[in-house]
Every structure is written in C-alpha cells, then in structure tokens.
Ligand binder design. Structure first.
Ligand SMILES: [Zn+2]
Length: 257
C-alpha cells in the first residue's frame, strides 16, 4: 500500500516538473509578449573589490544586452516592439549552490533543484516583480582569478549562473557571456568544439558565406569566439561584434509569423 502511495507521489512530482518545463519552454519562446529577464549581481570575491564594482553597477551598464537581443529579434522578424526586457536587480547576499565537478546524475538533479529554489528565494527577496529568466552574475576579483569556472544557463528552471570579472574594463565582455547564458535558458545550444573552442562551421560563424572565409569579423553568440584563421579564435570585446546566427534563431523559435 505505502509503496504504491510513494510511487504515486513520485510520479506526480515528475509530472508537475515535466509540465512546468514544457510550459516554461512554450511561454519563453512564443515571442507574443515581452520576456522579462533579471540580472542579479553576486559578490563572489568577498574582498571588497567585487562589492565596490557591484555598487557602481547601474542599469545602463547592462543596457547593451537588451538592445542586442531586441535588435537581433527584429532582424528575424519578431513583430513586438520589445521582445525582451533585461533588468538589473539588487545584489544577492547568498551565493548559489555549487555543483561538484564530478557530480553524478542524481547529484546533478539535486543541485539543479537547489538552484531553482535559490533562484526563487532570491527573486522574491528582491521586492520587485520576479522575472521569468533569472541570471546570477558572480563577480570575481581579476587580480586573483585569471580564469573563472564555466558559466551555465539552464532551460529547465530558466536559471543561469555567470562567472564574470569585477573590472570596469570587462563589463562589455561580461555582457557577452551573460547574453550567451540567457540564450541557453531559452533553448539555444553551444556552437563551438568543446576541445579546441573552435566555432563550428557553418552554424558557429557569423558570416559563413564570406569570401574569403577568414578573417571573420563578427561572432555568433553561441559560438563565443570568431575565427581569425583556421586555428586562431578570439572572443569579442562587446556585443557590438556579435550576431545571432540562423541555427540559434531557430532553436529559440525566432520564426517569422
Ligand atoms: Zn554555452
């Protein structure tokens, strides 16, 4: 008897999760209404540097993310005036749960559940209307961290965790990473080779038909880097040099209606 009840409860939880994932996917990529995205700064460095940087952050420092996404959405024929709204939220004291590098499937599921609960708590605590997509940006001190952990964006739960540098000169480059993870939450996949970091041809190229093919001067957002020649790949300085390619547009359902 109890075994059946337990199984029924488990099935119910899975059904609710499947329904909410399906609903999220549909409601974030129908492009009939503005999609609300919140950017939540988190002080990762904990030594004053990131706190000062976050204190100086203002809406206009991240304004190019919304400008970029809306410009590209309009290029693909999305008809509404403001496809996305990207808003800066107050800093979050609590840091998001960490995922162990060697996590197994169950540990990963547990981590993603904790991250969803964390995102919900943080959105509520902000005192502002909760956004549909939540991106937590963890600011590191560039003097101590030359490299930062991988950023993630998850479609299940509509949450992203971005590792960024607390450096005024890096703000525009940070915004490229934030935009990349936002697009992951909407269902876009990476378009680079994880071993060599080379953009995949043709889907990871901003101008696949360009003659000669190299050097490319723009970056496909989900490729992350542009090819100067067949073996040299560079990250863009800002969203000014980035586009959303056809494959990414299809994944996030930027389809002319
Ligand atoms: Zn990615």
């Amino acid at each position: 008897m109890w075994r059946k009840v337990r199984i029924a409860i488990l099935l119910l939880i899975l059904a609710v999760a499947a329904y909410s994932n399906w609903y999220d996917r549909l409601s974030t990529t129908d492009w009939d209404e503005t999609l609300y995205i919140g950017v939540f700064p988190v002080d990762e460095a904990q030594n004053g540097v990131a706190r000062d940087y976050i204190g100086r952050l203002s809406a206009n420092r991240i304004a190019d993310i919304e400008e970029f996404l809306n410009r590209e959405a309009h290029e693909y024929g999305i008809a509404i005036a403001r496809p996305v709204s990207v808003e800066l939220y107050p800093p979050v004291e609590e840091r998001p749960p960490e995922r162990a590098a060697d996590a197994n499937i169950l540990q990963n599921m547990w981590w993603s559940l904790k991250l969803r609960m964390y995102a919900r708590r943080a959105s509520r605590a902000s005192g502002k209307p909760p956004p549909q997509v939540r991106i937590f940006v963890l600011y590191h001190d560039p003097t101590f961290s030359q490299t930062v952990p991988h950023s993630v964006g998850m479609q299940k739960g509509l949450v992203g965790v971005v590792h960024a540098f607390a450096d005024a000169g890096m703000t525009r480059a940070n915004n490229v990473v934030i935009t990349h993870e936002i697009l992951h939450t909407l269902g876009a996949s990476d378009k680079y080779d994880p071993l060599t970091l080379a953009p995949l041809y043709p889907i990871g190229y901003a101008e696949p038909d360009r003659q000669p093919r190299f050097p490319q001067s723009f970056t496909e957002i989900m490729a992350g880097r542009y090819a100067i020649d067949a073996r040299t790949f560079e990250m863009p300085d800002s969203l000014d040099d980035v586009v959303v390619g056809d494959a990414t547009a299809l994944e996030i359902r930027w389809i002319r209606k």
